[in-house]
Design a protein around this ligand. Structure first.
Ligand SMILES: [Fe+2]
Ligand SMILES: [Fe+2]
Length: 277
């Protein structure tokens, strides 16, 4: 099973740029085109939050239009730039799983060999996120239904520290109960996130915590304590999670862009070791 993950669209009303110069809409279209061209095709696509830049209905109309070109099922969750109600109003007709719960945009998808559990970490009006008691209880109930089947948890705000000051101040606030749940369910192959706009991997609660790159701007790598986040136009990217019974889940991170065709390795006749027998 192949699961593509694209994150942080930050879609703007048509003709408007993000951060006074970024054509995030064009970059989202390019990301979707990259996913569409993958061979073999992914079985589904996750979009891990910040779909809209300002949570406006017209932005979600554009999100729906961009995602409509993907031929496989698409699973979206909200980020801090989204507005839960507006996102559901515009996108639920296309993505009915957004109505699985009344209060939050969380859901479980049982259609594949890997169970997909999408969490809603949004705290309205805040950059950071949270899993409150109600959301943790919902999550516990879904995990209890899983019967040990391999599971991928996806959420916008990472629930783990990444050692970057500007990121760790806006992580997902979770209680010990949430991490204990993850730890108790060894079938959780990954907790995969967005929000930080650059690829990061860590060990978390007995599983792997992953952050996918953004499909537009990246947040500059800056490990100096106390520095704020700044963005940088490093190559955008996506995650491709490949699952098979014999390997479990393997995640590849790849850039989005045109890097020319792949080429055969042709060794020089004097290549070290080539003529040694
Ligand atoms: Fe974002
Ligand atoms: Fe975010």
């Amino acid at each position: 099973m192949l699961i593509a993950q694209i994150s942080d669209f930050h879609i703007r009303p048509e003709g408007q740029m993000a951060y006074a110069g970024l054509d995030t809409n064009a970059m989202a279209r390019r990301a979707v085109a990259t996913i569409t061209a993958l061979d073999p095709a992914p079985d589904c696509v996750l979009v891990t939050g910040d779909l809209a830049d300002c949570g406006r209905a017209e932005e979600y109309e554009i999100v729906a239009d961009i995602l409509s070109t993907l031929p496989m099922p698409v699973f979206v969750i909200p980020g801090n730039h989204d507005r839960r109600e507006t996102m559901r109003d515009v996108l639920a007709p296309t993505f009915p799983y957004l109505r699985q719960a009344d209060d939050f945009l969380h859901y479980a998808i049982e259609d594949f060999p890997v169970r997909l559990i999408g969490l809603d970490t949004v705290l309205a009006g805040e950059d950071g996120g949270a899993i409150c008691a109600a959301r943790e209880a919902w999550f516990a109930a879904r995990l209890a239904e899983g019967d040990g089947q391999p599971t991928l948890v996806f959420m916008h705000h990472p629930p783990f520290r990444v050692g970057v000051s500007g990121m760790d101040i806006m992580m997902c606030d979770v209680g010990a109960g949430f991490s204990d749940l993850i730890r108790k369910h060894a079938e959780i192959e990954r907790v995969t996130c967005g929000h930080y706009h650059r690829p990061i991997t860590t060990r978390y609660a007995g599983t792997i915590g992953l952050v996918a790159p953004g499909i537009a701007h990246q947040v500059a790598l800056d490990l100096r304590p106390g520095e704020p986040n700044r963005f940088i136009m490093e190559p955008p990217g996506f995650a491709l999670h490949a699952w098979a019974p014999e390997t479990g889940l393997i995640t590849h991170i790849a850039p989005i862009g045109n890097f020319g065709p792949s080429r055969d390795f042709v060794l020089d006749t004097a290549y070290p070791g080539k003529n040694d027998q």
